[in-house]
Design a binder for this molecule. Structure first.
Ligand SMILES: Nc1ncnc2c1ncn2[C@@H]1O[C@H](COP(=O)(O)OP(=O)(O)OP(=O)(O)O)[C@@H](O)[C@H]1O
Length: 507
């Protein structure tokens, strides 16, 4: 029952009373639009304090951005960041808890100490929201913005679930690419390294990277000698090992599928993924965690998880910022130019921005272009930039045609910062180069989801206010495609007109 409501809102807000505030453009209007409504997931007694919802009406009357996002949180107000049926309200008042306080008693002291040494002291929003549920052993779909800290959340769960004395594969993280796999392995190893204070007498966790292009023979010997407790794997290499019975999952306690929507969407990988979820191990004998910044049709996905027995029936969908799928400190810009002017436009933009660290995204070369003997576009863009300007000496390349070693080297060089990376979408999923301040879409991504993940390679410092820029170079006829992405992802892309020498752009 709705007591007072001045505007239409999201379906489902119908049962339990709470204070609802529609945030329009000005503060005054925010106050003017307070309303008492009924919300479904909570009983009236479960709302201990007034509950504040922020809504922003987007262009063309869409509900958008800032919804659920505290702009100026009041200490006596709770803020719901999603309306998950299984979740307790998230309280802003509790947001001052440290990572240690949230994990205390459930994550081993060695790991907590190590996390603090690395600099993980304050939890990010997603860690604060998800860790109590994850550490209770529930299956979970972690659905939160790019760069929000999902990796640390699931790694803490893994490290708390493992029996260090047992030499068997107890946790498995499945990733879509070698690049992401190496990154996750590195963070897991960093956390698993013994803290100086705990001396050498304690047994440590073992983490193995089982990734495409690796030396599987060496891994087989390792599995026989002493199986690692944590394996980070790409699905093909993993299934190869399982099918040859080199890797056994009898002791599996936690299974994480990172970038889950990408894996389910990939015709090459989905079959193996389904086998892993249901035949190679059973949902009722493990904790299953799915993670991604994008889960299209998430209600169907949750339904499928239960129906197909990929998870247990009480799986929790933790969905943060449902109406603001991209970080708010990204500034989106487009520059219109003809295709043949694109390289020169890119150069002018780079000369103006002088990005500390940037990524230039290029679409993967088409089969037709490969057959015609053309060089890969990413490579010739890099060559053009190297020869056209001395300002950008540190330019690296990351694309499918490169050898595994060259790809690894490029990423580790780019990770040092103060460089430009020219990359295909190989770098768009999960790759964390936290120094990145600028993204350039030399080619417009093919889907809105691709746009979200490319844009999400910037703005990855959890507690920073620094604005980061995503610049799209588009032909006039591509404007409507970009507009479609704006509608789908609920952001606004402003036009920027280049005229010769200019002031640096600001958002
Ligand atoms: N509690 C924390 N304190 C400080 N930094 C953190 C914390 N948690 C995560 N980070 C940092 O935030 C950055 C983004 O984290 P992470 O890679 O886990 O994001 P993600 O949610 O997995 O993003 P994506 O969806 O793009 O894969 C990393 O550089 C990570 O080290």
């Amino acid at each position: 029952m709705v007591i007072a409501m001045e505007d239409k809102c999201q379906d489902g807000f119908e049962e339990t009373p709470a204070l609802l505030i529609f945030l329009r453009k000005s503060e005054e209007e925010l106050v003017a639009r307070m309303a008492l409504v009924w919300l479904p997931p909570f009983s009236s007694s479960s709302i201990p304090q007034p509950t504040l919802f922020f809504f922003n009406r987007g262009r063309r009357g869409r509900r958008s951005a800032a919804a659920f996002t505290p702009q100026a949180p009041h200490p006596h107000l709770n803020c719901f960041c999603s309306h998950n049926n299984n979740e307790a309200p998230y309280s802003l008042a509790a947001s001052s808890s440290s990572l240690r306080e949230i994990c205390c008693g459930r994550v081993p002291e060695t790991i907590l100490q190590r996390a603090e040494e690395i600099g993980f002291v304050r939890p990010t929003h997603v860690q604060q929201r998800s860790l109590p549920t994850l550490l209770s052993g529930r299956d979970c779909i972690l659905h939160a913005q790019t760069g929000s800290g999902k990796t640390l959340a699931y790694l803490l769960v893994i490290l708390s679930a493992i029996d260090v004395q047992q030499s068997a594969v107890q946790a498995l993280v499945v990733v879509p690419s070698r690049e992401l796999g190496m990154q996750v392995t590195k963070v897991a190893r960093m956390l698993a390294t013994r803290s100086m204070e705990f001396g050498m007498e304690q047994r440590s966790y073992t983490v193995m990277a089982l990734l495409d292009g690796g030396m599987l023979k060496r891994h087989k010997i390792w599995f026989k000698a002493e199986p690692p407790q944590i394996v980070v794997a790409t699905i093909d290499s993993l299934c190869q090992m399982i099918e040859k019975q080199d890797l056994k999952l009898d002791s599996l306690r936690v299974l994480v599928i990172d970038e889950v929507d990408f894996l389910f969407n990939s015709s090459k990988q989905v079959h193996s993924l389904r086998k892993l979820l249901t035949s190679y191990s059973a949902a009722d004998r493990r904790q299953t965690i799915f993670s991604s910044a994008s889960i299209p049709q998430h209600k169907h996905f949750v339904h499928d998880c239960i129906q197909q027995k990929w998870t247990k029936r009480d799986v929790v969908h933790i969905h943060l910022h449902p109406v603001e799928p991209m970080p708010s400190r990204l500034c989106h810009i487009f520059v219109t130019c003809k295709k043949e002017e694109r390289l020169q436009t890119l150069l002018s933009l780079l000369q103006q921005d002088i990005p500390k660290t940037g990524i230039i995204f290029v679409n993967e070369q088409s089969q037709k272009s490969i057959m015609a003997g053309n060089p890969p576009p990413a490579a010739w863009i890099m060559e053009f930039l190297r020869t056209s300007s001395t300002e950008f000496s540190e330019i690296f390349l990351l694309e499918e045609g490169m050898s595994i070693n060259a790809r690894t080297l490029s990423l580790s060089e780019a990770r040092q910062g103060r460089s430009l990376l020219v990359a295909t979408d190989l770098a768009s999923r999960g790759v964390d180069l936290p120094e990145t301040t600028h993204i350039y879409n030399f080619d417009l991504p093919r889907t809105a989801i691709e746009y979200l993940h490319r844009a999400g390679r910037t703005g990855r410092r959890p507690f920073s206010d620094e604005m980061c820029t995503v610049t799209n170079l588009i032909a006039p006829e591509e404007r409507f495609v970009l507009q479609r992405y704006e509608n789908e992802l609920m952001f606004e892309c402003k036009e920027f007109v280049l005229h010769g020498a200019q002031e640096p752009r600001s958002c």
